[in-house]
Design a protein around this ligand. Sequence first.
Ligand SMILES: [Zn+2]
Length: 166
Amino acid sequence: MKFCCDYFLLFIVLTVKRFLMGSEATKTEQEPYKVEFSEQELRERLTPQQYRVTQEKGTERAFTGELVNNKKAGVYRCVVCGKELFLSDTKFDSGSGWPSFWDTPTDGTVRKITDTSHFMTRTEVTCADCGAHLGHVFDDGPRPTGQRYCINSASLKFDPSKGKHD
Ligand SMILES: [Zn+2]
């Protein structure tokens, strides 16, 4: 019985911890985004897949995105507004089937939002400028940050012209 209680307590502690960590990520959740596009423009400009992922929080199937195995030097931009979101220097092979990065260029590059859909508590990542859904961030990434930004290829536009190595 004691064994049971211990597990129950551990569950409570972890739940509370998750809740507290989650609320930290919600601070700026309600602020409006800097850039807005009309639905009509985006439907014309984006592919159906890009629209579904960025505007309707869709997820591309694992290992199907065109940038999963991209190892070229360059910048990954938001497919909706063009903002620089990730650098090739921080991309790593996570084995998850989605492009993965361990950091963003600056603190304000993406917005983190608590996502409780699909019976899970995760941290959604959106473009800080236009609000495009990008993917989720997890804390099981490599050093030095320990972060794993798990991002849909459909949210990104790879720009090889402006890498750190240029
Ligand atoms: Zn954007």
